[in-house]
Design a protein around this ligand. Structure first.
Ligand code: AMP
Ligand code: ZN
Length: 153
């Protein structure tokens, strides 16, 4: 990109050593993983908007997509699209949202790049998104169903 690079402000900014999603990527912090390879990891959002709400991340630390190489950004969104098929199949959703926040002004609260895959039902149409809590057993069952659907994809 030409010209002076603008920084995107985020008061949640932390180094990789203190980053929760880096810890999840390294297996140092528990999560409900649905997909993992050398470059990316996808796991259930712990405070989801719907059953099956999944976060897709690069394993390498970076706050916004501006910290990533173009090919890695492409790979991230390709994987998010692939994960969305498995999430919709596993949850029986009628549609899905792909959401990616960059910076505090965009409500980014975890300063490690991630794409939200949020399955939605027809009953959600026109309603504001609310967080729902699921029991550990439900989270485990949902992540297992998504992993199974991804393996078929
Ligand atoms: P954003 O507002 O785009 O930064 O979204 C961050 C998301 O990360 C929120 O939806 C949180 O519920 C989710 N989150 C925070 N900590 C964890 C965690 N340890 N495991 C899974 N999801 C998390
Ligand atoms: Zn990180």
């Amino acid at each position: 990109m030409k010209g002076e690079r603008r920084e995107i402000f985020n008061s949640a900014s932390v180094g990789a050593d203190k980053c929760t999603f880096c810890k999840i990527a390294k297996g140092e912090f528990p999560s409900y993983i649905v997909f993992e390879d050398e470059t990316y990891i996808a796991f259930l959002d712990i405070n989801p908007f719907s059953r099956g709400h999944t976060l897709v991340c690069p394993k390498a630390h970076g706050e916004t997509v501006w910290d990533m190489k173009e090919a890695e950004i492409g790979g991230l969104f390709l994987l998010a699209a692939r994960v969305s098929r498995a999430v919709v199949e596993a949850t029986g959703a009628d549609g899905f949202r792909l959401l990616q926040n960059n910076g505090e002004a965009a409500n980014q609260v975890v300063a490690h790049v991630h794409v939200h895959v949020i399955p939605v039902m027809m009953s959600h149409k026109g309603k504001p998104m609310d967080r729902i809590k699921f029991e550990g057993k439900e989270m485990e069952a949902t992540s297992a169903a998504i992993r199974k659907a991804l393996a078929r994809a």
